[in-house]
Design a protein around this ligand. Structure first.
Ligand code: PAF
Length: 282
């Protein structure tokens, strides 16, 4: 595996691979790699011939009150994992090379980004789309891979790619879960034992919603009320949002029908976790 901080080197290696007829796959990450990332890497390896992974903790997507400084940094372990996975190239840029002191250009999707997590974390998705656009311009992949746990992020990136004509196909991969069904996330590392135990309430609430829909309950408000009860039973939990939306555009819906997004964002202690499921009801 080549590890580089150099934009020049990455462009040279990728264009050489492309000239040799290889399909370039790309998995952007913020490191602290877990099985969720590995499933993206496995999928990317299957679908491409030359795989680039980036590790960059993007300050721009954290607000001043968020966990940028304490975000887990595990570069040595991450490198070993990626080497074992036979990733071709690790791009590990320096912050000052990505955002120089005179940096003043941003990429912003303005519709989907205002909803759900965008409401609770203003500026977050502008930070995500700006860094992902930069990484796309640097790596110039054919395919790029994102997890379904960050469903809204993946939808926004697909929209950015469409609106701005990036010649990149966005692929998504199912959420990977612990035994008790908690979605894998680098932020799970922050949970103490009691918070960790309570956090499984998120998936319990999502499963309750799925079951209610299966039983022909069609009223989102009633389903959300039942989901709330499950999470509120946990003393260390506080709900940011529970929403049931149209899965294609994240608009509000009055009745469950078609492809529906059911999403939860909740704090356990100080740690904000998100999760979702997609349900099809005809
Ligand atoms: O999902 C993430 O880890 C980040 O938001 C991403 C896509 C790597 C951009 O910093």
């Amino acid at each position: 595996m080549i590890t580089t901080k150099s934009i020049k080197k990455i462009r040279k290696s990728v264009s050489k691979a492309r000239n040799n007829g290889k399909i370039i796959g790309f998995v952007p990450t913020m490191g602290a790699l877990h099985k969720g990332h590995l499933s993206l890497i496995n999928k990317a390896k299957k679908e491409s011939d030359y795989l680039v992974v980036s590790i960059f903790i993007n300050s721009l997507q954290f607000s001043p009150s968020e966990d940028f400084k304490s975000y887990p940094r595990k570069i040595k372990i991450d490198k070993r994992i990626l080497e074992k996975k036979k990733v071709d190239l690790l791009f590990y840029p320096q912050a000052d090379k990505m955002y120089g002191p005179d940096f003043s250009s941003f990429v912003e999707e303005t519709r989907l980004s205002k909803k759900l997590c965008g409401k609770s974390r203003p500026g977050h998705f502008k930070g995500v789309t700006t860094i992902v656009a930069k990484l796309f311009n640097i790596v110039q992949p054919d395919l790029s891979f994102f997890g379904q746990k960050d469903y809204q992020q993946a939808l926004i990136i697909k929209k950015m790619v469409k609106d701005l004509n990036f010649a990149i196909k966005i692929k998504t991969s199912p959420t990977i879960r612990e035994k008790d069904k908690l979605a894998l996330s680098s932020r799970n590392l922050y949970l103490n034992q009691k918070e960790r135990k309570e956090a499984k309430a998120i998936y319990e609430a999502l499963s309750q919603a799925k079951q209610m829909i299966k039983n022909n309950k069609r009223n989102p408000k009633k389903i959300i009320a039942e989901m709330r009860k499950i999470i509120e039973k946990r003393p260390r939990a506080s709900i940011d949002y529970i929403e049931i939306r149209n899965a294609n555009n994240l608009e509000k819906i009055k009745k469950i029908e078609g492809k529906v997004f059911i999403g939860v964002a909740a704090y356990f202690g100080k740690t904000r976790l998100i999760d979702n499921i997609i349900v099809n009801k005809n």
